[in-house]
Design a protein around this ligand. Sequence first.
Ligand code: ZN
Length: 240
Amino acid sequence: MRVAVLSDIHSNLPALEAVLAAAGDVDAVWHLGDVVGYGPEPDAVVDRLRGIGALGVRGNHDAAAVGGVEIEWFNPDARRAIEWTMGAVSPSTRAWLAELPERRTLEGCELVHGSPRDPTWEYVTSLPVARANLALLGGRTGLHGHTHIPIAWVEEDGRVAVLGPSDGSELSLRGRRALLNPGSVGQPRDGDPAASFMLFEPEQERVTWRRVPYDVDAVQERMAATSLPASLAARLSVGL
Ligand code: ZN
């Protein structure tokens, strides 16, 4: 089985299309939340994911977009984008987002947006946080997003190793517990504007990270036609 694992698509349809094309013939598409927010095409992104039967979880932006209290915690630009999104989405998009669970187990892997400990909000950005969350994993493999930075936290002999993957990086888990982050499809924040995702083979316990350039100008033009903050369009050019 070969799975494309996508996170933090953020209403960016050109990035999603580029990633799906690069993933090629996969058996499943899993997403780790923040399907909407920031970007200009929430309905089109949700329709595309629904059309391919993607399974996933709810991110903090998805929760806020359907009226959750999460919006209280957003910075001003993120909040303006969510307010725009709330006014832009169709009832069917809203219903699809509202039905996303906080966590989900697929093929023995635990899917969350933030972390196993706090599936909507926690950022796994340090060794102590990664260690605490590895200890809470139901199975061996946790898939998470939220930070918009591709990374792997792998437990070995009581220690936690960190891997900062780039395009084409492969990892064989060989029974080790791991938290794997595919990076962000629609708003990368590691200085590389290319869309980021993972190809995952659960039976082989093998994962490959990929980066895919996409038409950033096209998204920025679509954003310029909305009242979304200009800073959110500008950051896509630099991947920050
Ligand atoms: Zn996000």
